[in-house]
Design a protein around this ligand. Structure first.
Ligand code: PLP
Length: 407
């Protein structure tokens, strides 16, 4: 008889089973599958620019391939890109960094994860202003931490105050995730608000993880204020995650930047070295061209987003009962649909949740928008305006008809 135990099946680990899928990616995938099957779907679910990556960046990638830059690179990135990022990050944040404090990551998402993994111990609490980006809760729970959501609704322009944070902090609170401009709300904190939160974090001994991926996509006149630069403590207290996906229309290239203390960057590099290794060598050369080349395409895309925002806002405000809050950054509207919950669709079904409402919109009105549940905001929906104006006009018309059909 064999001495080994016979198993009838192999189960996923408890840890892996607890990892939830991204609701935005799931909805986007469903909308794309319907489109592929021939359905007429207007897809405003995806969180990515519809623009192509600027030509000079693509050419740099081509050159990298043609000149044999197709091998492993150092885990933390090619030296010339890290060097260029020192200036890029220092200029954006107003804080000075050196190369040992900069790491190139395989996307901003992985940078956020590495930052959290570097500081979180089991049971540690992290304050997360809500509505929040869908991936923060999963990352925190994967690492054994506890997310404490701090709600700020449309009446507060989706921005938490120091008072709100004071109410949420406990003796187990170690950090706060700050995301301005925000996905999903488009809220952008002013300089005064940002400095207030930096000062609060300092007073309460809380580290800050600042996700600044939308910092180039702001539609206000006030110059950008990074919370990382507003915090006068030593670099161990701030973790900056930024990247190229949104501002340079480079979502598929998977390049992000992590800027933090030398100690954290060393640890994060060890972890990346044992899991993903370096980000794509070709993408790194593309990112180098993005940082060091002309920035006029970034400005052009930003201006285009702003004009789409203005046009879309006017169309959405024409829908009675819909709560529209002007977004000051990123490319999303976060719409308050609480007024419509509990109403009936033409087929008689009751739409009790924003989730049910989005399913109704996708299945009966041919429009994909994301329910607020995954962003910690049931009763709200997210609409991305990173689409052509004709698409946005059609979307607004379908939404209007869809809402008006509810009884
Ligand atoms: N952070 C926020 C707030 C985002 O909205 C996104 C993408 O949607 C990311 C990070 C991930 O960016 P990347 O594509 O660079 O991983």
């Amino acid at each position: 008889m064999s001495s080994t135990t016979q198993l009838n099946s192999v189960q996923l680990s408890t840890w892996m089973s607890s990892v939830e899928g991204s609701p935005t990616m799931a909805l986007n995938a469903k909308a794309m599958a319907l489109q592929a099957a021939g359905h007429d779907i207007v897809n405003l679910a995806a969180g990515e620019p519809d623009f192509d990556t600027p030509v000079h960046i693509r050419e740099a990638a081509q050159r990298a391939m043609d000149t044999g830059k197709t091998h492993y690179t150092p885990t933390s990135g090619i030296p010339e890109l890290r060097e260029a990022l020192v200036g890029w990050v220092s200029e954006r944040t107003g804080r000075s960094y050196n190369t040992d404090q900069i790491m190139v990551t395989a996307g901003t998402k992985f940078g956020v994860y590495l930052g959290l993994a570097s500081y979180l111990n089991p049971g540690d609490e992290v304050l997360v202003p809500a509505p929040y980006w869908v991936s923060y809760p999963s990352m925190i729970s994967m690492l054994g931490g506890r997310q404490i959501s701090v709600w700020a609704g449309p009446e507060k322009s989706y921005k938490v105050s120091v008072d709100d944070l004071d109410k949420a902090i406990t003796t187990r609170t170690r950090g706060i995730i700050f995301n301005s401009p925000s996905n999903p709300t488009g809220a952008a904190y002013t300089r005064v608000e940002t400095e207030g939160i930096a000062e609060w974090a300092q007073r309460r001994n809380v580290w800050i993880l600042s996700d600044e991926i939308y910092s180039s996509l702001r539609y206000v006149d006030e110059p950008y204020c990074s919370i990382v630069g507003a915090d006068s403590r030593s670099s161990e207290w701030q973790i900056l995650a930024d990247g190229f996906s949104k501002a340079y229309a480079m979502t598929g290239w998977r390049i992000g930047v992590l800027a933090a203390s030398t100690n954290l960057i060393k640890a994060a590099t060890r972890m990346a070295g044992q899991t993903t290794s370096c980000p794509s060598s070709i993408s790194q050369y593309a990112a180098l061209a993005a940082v060091t080349g002309p920035q006029d395409e970034v400005t052009r895309m930003r201006d285009e987003f702003k004009s789409r925002r203005d046009r879309t806002q006017a169309l959405l405000e024409d829908i009675e009962g819909l709560g529209v809050c002007e977004p000051h950054g990123a490319f999303y509207f976060f719409l308050d649909v609480r007024e419509f919950l509990g109403r009936h669709a033409p087929d008689g079904s009751t739409l009790d949740t924003s989730d049910a409402l989005c399913t109704y919109f996708l299945d009966h009105c041919g429009i994909a928008v994301v329910p607020g549940e995954g962003f910690g905001a049931p009763g709200y929906i997210r609409l991305s305006y990173a689409s052509k104006i004709e698409t946005l006009t059609e979307a607004a018309s379908r939404l209007k008809q869809g809402f008006e059909a509810l009884k």
